[in-house]
Each structure stands twice: as C-alpha cells, then as structure tokens.
Design a protein around this ligand. Sequence first.
Ligand code: FAD
Length: 463
Amino acid sequence: APVILWFRRDLRLSDQPALAAAVASGAPVIPVYILDDDTPKHRKMGAASRWWLHHSLNALDTDLRALGSKLILRAGKSDAILSALAAETKASAVHCIRHYDPWWRNAEKAVMNGLSEGTAFVCHDGNYLLPAGSVTTGSGGQYKIYTPFMRALWQHMPPPVPHPAPTKIPAPDNWPESDGLSGWNLLPTKPDWSGGMSEMWMPGEAGAQDRLAAFVDKAKFYDEKRNLPSVEGSSFLSPHLHFGEISPAACWHATMDQGGSVDVFLKELVWRDYAQNVIVQMPEYGAKNARDAFDKLPWRDLSDPVVQADFVAWTKGQTGYPIVDAGMRQLWATGWMHNRVRMITASFLVKHLLIDWREGEKWFWDTLVDADYGSNAVNWQWTAGTGVDSNMFVRIMAPLSQSEKFDAMHYIREWVPELAALQAPYIHDPDEYGARPKGYPRKIIGHKAARERALKAHEIVKG
Ligand code: FAD
C-alpha cells in the first residue's frame, strides 16, 4: 500500500523528515498539497503569499518529477480530502511535518480522527530548531520572554546535521487525479502587481539554497550591516523559511562556523522559534493584546474618514515621512521590507497615527511574502508594547532620527523616486528643511504632536 506525504509549509525535498520517513517505508509515495481556505477561515493566505505559493508549488513539482514522482493538488478541507484520498489509494499512512498555527494544530487533530483505522497519521518535527513547547524552564513551565528562552534553547544547539534529499522517490502504479495549478487562481490578474516580486524572488528550494549560499560569506558582518536598509546585510531567507523551502537547521549549519557576529544571526533564527512558542501558549496572539490593560487604549476609529485617510496614506507610502514611505512602498512592490524599517513603519502606525496594531498586522498579512502568523503577531505586539515580551509603549521611535542614524538615503532614493535628487540630511525630513519637492506629501502629522497624542492616550492604560 502507498503512503501519502502531506505537504504544507514544508515545500522542500532536503532535510524534510516526513519525506524521508515516507521514502524509508519502502512504499510508493503520493505527495499531495491541499489548498485549504476553510481551515484557516479569516487567516487564509494573503495575496502576496498566494503568489509565492503558486511558484513554490511549481518548483516543488519540477523537483519531484526529477526524482520520478510528482505533486498531486487538491482543494478543500484538509481532513476531508486526506480521508478521501487515503480511502481511494488504500494508503497505509499519512506523513506530514507538524505546524503550530492554531488552525493547523486543529486540522492535525481532525485529520487524525478522520482517517480510518488502517491509515496511520505520523507528524514529524523539522520546521523549527526544536519542537515548540519542548524548551521548558527548570520547573517544567513554558518561557514567555525571549532572552531566557533563547538561552535555554541554545544549550541544545547546534541542531542535528541536515540530511540530503532522497535520490529517488518510489511512485505508485496509478496516480490519483490532480487539480491543475493554474485553475487555483493564486496569481494576481487585473492588475498584475507581481512584477517587482518576480524580479526579486525565486520561490522554491533552489531559490532558497541560492539565497543561503549568497549569505554565508556575509554572515560574519551581520551585526554591523543588518540595520542598514540601504545595504543588503540580512539573509532574505524569511519567505523561504516560512514556506519551508529550507530548514532552519540547514541555515544554522551553513553559517555557524563563519565567526564574526554570526551568533547575532543565529539568534534571529531563535526569534522564529520563539514566535511559535508564543502562539502555542497563546493561540489568540494575532488578535488579542497580551497585556489586557491595552484593551482600554483609545485607538483612533477607522470608520472616521480622517482616520481612514491616514491609514490609506500609510499603506500607500504617502505619509510625508520618507523612511516610512520608502518601507511601505518596498513592501508593496516586493512583498518584503527591511526589518529595521518594519519596526519604524509599524511604530509609526501604532504611535504616530494611533491606529490599532491589528490593522497593521492585517495589512502585513496580506502583503508580505513571508507573512507568518506567529512572527507577524509577535513582532506587532512587540512594537505596540502590548506583547508579553515587548518594547514599552511610551518609548516612541522618532522616524526621522532613525532614518539618519541608519543612513537610509540610498534606500529612500530607491523607493521614493520623488526624493531621488535630495542629499542627506534633507532627504530624511524634506518638510523640516524646506526641501520638499512638488508631488511629495507634507507630513500627515508632526512628530511632537503625534508623540503627545500617543502619550496622552496611554495614560488610560496606566490607569
Ligand atoms: P534575517 O535578518 O536574515 O534573519 C534570518 C531569519 O530569522 C529570517 O529569515 C526570519 O525567519 C528569522 N527572523 C529574523 N528576525 C525575526 C524576528 N524579529 N521575528 C521572528 N523571526 C525573525 N518575519 C517573518 O518571517 N514573518 C512575518 O510575518 C514578520 N512580520 C513582522 C512584522 C513586524 C512589525 C516586524 C517588526 C517584523 C516582522 N518580521 C516577520 C521579522 C523580520 O522583520 C523578518 O523576519 C526579517 O526582516 C526577514 O528578513 P531576512 O530573512 O533577511 O532576515
């Protein structure tokens, strides 16, 4: 009897324990990807993620075919599809990699309950450095704060050496029916906004490995370069890691002996694990303030047209703050934004515009190619000051001095062409220097006024 290999956000062939186990069973393997928009409900994948998924599935199918296999596509609810497919193919087992998004944890239970007795359901670890929930405090509790979590996890590193892809995958005599990928309409049409994304990214395992190879030599300079948006100092691995096109263990082993500040990079991989630990403990983290006191904060009301206009200006990169506008336009064009600029733009929405972090989280969810429930929620709550481990709300980032400090001139010139002719320091704050060209907006709110409004709103939280 064949075994089913259920792909989700683990779209790779190397260091893929579910695939390794399926192949090791000696049985024919039926790889399947299910487009399931019902299980995640309002958390179904955003538009940028769908673009990525389309190309990643194409790449995975090509890679599988090179090993004598192929990818079966089905759309619908995961548990229903898998029990039907298992019955149809008389599969003896379903192998998958475990995921921690709350809806996937529920789906794993539903799949297990839905399969008939003759079909085993086997969940493997492998998308994180360690299984979420497995790093515990001395007394067996869960860590809520990053630093002690990181220290405890570090004791177990390095992760196991990644294993190579199989050289052949046994095929069944008869392949089950598959949907056609183009019929899933994952790509944007009218308008097709994906040009900038195609230019920047190569979804799939080969693209992930190229990114990693290009980063290895840079890893030792990570700490000095990562905060400079004008420089390519980080790894650009986030969408590849999110879709599981490369394992974190592979990233760890490729870089760990580079010396310099490579540990700072490895600690970022630990943030990714940390975010999963947070959502396992608090599945509502993407929707609920972790600090209840913030439920009282009087966010500005988006149904007010003035507030709505501010929100739209933020999404379109028309706030009059060059660093914010550059970031939001980079996000729109490429599906990615530099981490320092994510912090600046997120802080601007929450504190300068006093708009609920959940609105920003939703925008990022739709527009990021690396949109990840855990990482997005943890970072938004960190920025907003509402999280279990977070920056203080009253520490209000000054976007203009951040822009100078991290030398964002070239970055701004690239993403805000209206300002391309300006030099530093004028480019950081054209309004202030009287250098604002026609066609570039005035600041939608002054820094001082915004700061005062935010601090006043926060008074209620302090109670
Ligand atoms: P590198 O700096 O090269 O880091 C290596 C890897 O470590 C990343 O690919 C990522 O997987 C992980 N990582 C790095 N920083 C973080 C972090 N702060 N939290 C969790 N993991 C991290 N990252 C996402 O992957 N998905 C998101 O939806 C997401 N939303 C964010 C929202 C906000 C408001 C902020 C401030 C940050 C968010 N991040 C998110 C974290 C971070 O900005 C990106 O992971 C990083 O910019 C990706 O670029 P890179 O791959 O070059 O990262």
